[in-house]
Design a protein around this ligand. Structure first.
Ligand SMILES: CC(C)(COP(=O)(O)OP(=O)(O)OC[C@H]1O[C@@H](n2cnc3c(N)ncnc32)[C@H](O)[C@@H]1OP(=O)(O)O)[C@@H](O)C(=O)NCCC(=O)NCCS
Length: 182
């Protein structure tokens, strides 16, 4: 069988939801956890649509809540595939909130969910290759390669079985708000 390639557009998903008072925390702003739940659902839908299999969330990177979301605002989430590995896919999600009365749209959050395609036995399965057909798609793919590289480096450096504490680590801590008592 020849390897299949797909366009990122084939997986693009957009959802909109009006924020109800039940989505809010005690300060009246929408709960971060509620937004994360919606993001996980859209990431699942996007990755499953692209891979044509059910997927699981392997990791979530850089969830920065840039601006608060108010009750009554219309939240729109757009998701598309930024990167594919063998069985993994990185779904980029952009979250915007619109004030219904003024029409003003604010960018509230962008983040990256790594999803892994699974078969019925729970085994990871290959996903289609990604056709990169614009400069921004190439940029996002390269950016993801870099993010994965940095994550691997960081994981290696702080692996709990291999980490060896030395004087240089203690020196770094001198400029932080800690007292080292060992
Ligand atoms: C994520 C998971 C599927 C990885 O399984 P695994 O047996 O380690 O699979 P593999 O080592 O074969 O890795 C499969 C792919 O996942 C990627 N992967 C595994 N762990 C990852 C992580 N923490 N972050 C990003 N990617 C990850 C691998 O790089 C690999 O990518 P590739 O196939 O594109 O090269 C597995 O750990 C799992 O099922 N976790 C629980 C998922 C879940 O329940 N999510 C909901 C939480 S409530």
């Amino acid at each position: 069988m020849t390897h299949k390639y797909k366009n990122a557009e084939d997986s693009t998903i957009e959802i909109s939801e009006l924020m109800r008072p039940s989505c809010a925390n005690f300060s009246g702003k929408v709960n971060g956890g509620y937004i994360l739940n919606l993001m996980d659902q859209i990431a699942f839908a996007c990755a499953s649509k692209y891979s044509e299999t059910y997927c699981v969330t392997a990791s979530v990177d850089t969830v920065n809540f840039l601006k608060p979301i108010e009750v009554g605002e219309l939240v729109t989430m757009k998701a598309s595939i930024n990167y594919v590995g063998k069985s993994s896919m990185v779904v980029g999600i952009r979250v915007e909130a619109q004030n219904i009365q003024t029409g003003i749209v604010k960018h509230c959050n962008s983040s990256y969910f790594t999803m892994v395609a699974k078969n019925d036995d729970g085994k990871s399965v290959s996903v289609p290759g990604l056709i990169l057909s614009s400069e921004s798609q190439i940029r996002r793919f390269l950016e993801t390669i870099k993010r994965i590289e940095i994550k691997h480096k960081w994981k290696k450096e702080f692996d709990e079985d291999k980490f060896v504490l030395d004087a240089k680590h203690i020196k770094v801590l001198e400029s932080y708000n800690v007292q080292v008592n060992i």
